[in-house]
Write a protein that binds this ligand. Sequence first.
Ligand code: NAD
Length: 489
Amino acid sequence: MDIQKMYIDGKWQLSASNKTREIIDPATEKCIALVTDGTSEDVDHAVAAAKRAFYEDGWMDVSAAERADYLTKIADLLEKDKQAFAELEMRNNGKPMRETLVDVDDSVYCLRYYAGYVTKPTGQTYNVPDTNMQTLVVREPIGVCGQIVPWNYPLLMGIWKIAPALAAGNTIVFKPAGLTPLTIIRFFELIEQAGLPKGVANLVLGPGGSVGQTMAEHPDIDKIAFTGGTVTGRKIMQAATGNIKNVSLELGGKSPNIVFADADFEAAVDYAMFGIFCNQGEVCAAGSRLLVEDSIYDKFMAALVERTKKIRVGAGNEPDIEMGPLISRAHMEKVLQYIESGKRSGAELLCGGHRIDRPGWFVEPTIFAAPNGDMEIVKEEIFGPVLAVQRFSTEQEAVQIANDTVYGLAGGVFTQDGAKALRVIKKLRAGITWINCYNPTFSEAPWGGYKQSGIGRELGSFGLDEYTEVKQININLAVEPTGWFTAKP
Ligand code: NAD
């Protein structure tokens, strides 16, 4: 098997470490690729290239139109290769093909969105009190951006970072999760094919604890953008203090999905499943806490459990499959431990709860009735197909339970009373919310969390702003001495 390489300064390179990493298909437990395993030294090379490309080779002066052209070219190449990318993502991550096809479509759309956005009007002018002054604000690229992503949407999470960073005129050093580098390696081949100047986009591979940590600490990285767990996010924030890096963090969640008695019943049941079992529950914004109003609780849960038992679990390329395996043995074991914790703490297991007896890291879609808000399965992010259901009897109680978490990423409300829906959504301490649906995500709209779910926003205009510095320019329209100091020469 060939060893897949990193892309640093326009060249495909093996790490000086000479170490390799096996990449495993989570549906078969078989090795599907070998990749080079990078080190801190490789990060240094990549950062030096990105710094040179930005300051010396002229990337900082490339026009927005030209940057947009590169992104459009890359989007076209990705679209042309959609099927191959979707298959590779399915094999590396495990999720069903119907999901990886959507991920590739979303990636193409996001690249095109930022290609279009970056040539549109920007900046502000101010009417300041001194009429002899014109003050204006321009946005400029930050410089060298380090970008680190997790394994749940390996390509899409990458594009959410790469597209706005390049659109805004930065250079990048990018690190995928150690488990899922394959589609991103292929994507950097497209970057090369599109002719992006060397050093502008660099790919490093390797462990978070060394390669990722070095990026977060690096004195020549001006901004670090991270998506991953809250524990890692905290480490990144601490590591970034050395040179006071600009930091943006997209972290975990334990998001509430609230169903009132007057909701459209079928839609609410359907989205309760979609909210937690889509992508095997490995979704930061998953509706992992379901809150159901007392008066419909029994009927709702009967329908939800009946439908959940019928979810077809299997390898992503099996026909009609609806849910794939978890990403790794270690992660599957963590999810199974949470299931055991749920049982021990007295939550009622309504369906699922076991590993599926076949090769691969498959866990049944699992639902617990979990009346006590202090249970681990209610409080902690499981990041798997495990739903904890609580009940409520008033609007006020629903809001109180919903906000009883250290996280604040997302939340949903189902009711046919429009005023109630908006009232409740406005009370939720969360950055991404849905009324009468769950999960739809758009490149146009900001993505990110309150509280311990992160800092900053990705996507939309907010996502582009995260990759810019703000500069005020004050122009004197009446050029003459101030006369402040009166002594003459
Ligand atoms: P993780 O935090 O373990 O790893 C994420 C990335 O950080 C990986 O590339 C990893 O190699 C790297 N990393 C690990 N330790 C590091 C360190 N000390 N310094 C720098 N980098 C380091 O997360 P994961 O298990 O890959 O992903 C699951 C988590 O990601 C969940 O908590 C989930 O909620 C979160 N997530 C959040 C969003 C969002 O948009 N808010 C999206 C997807 C996933």
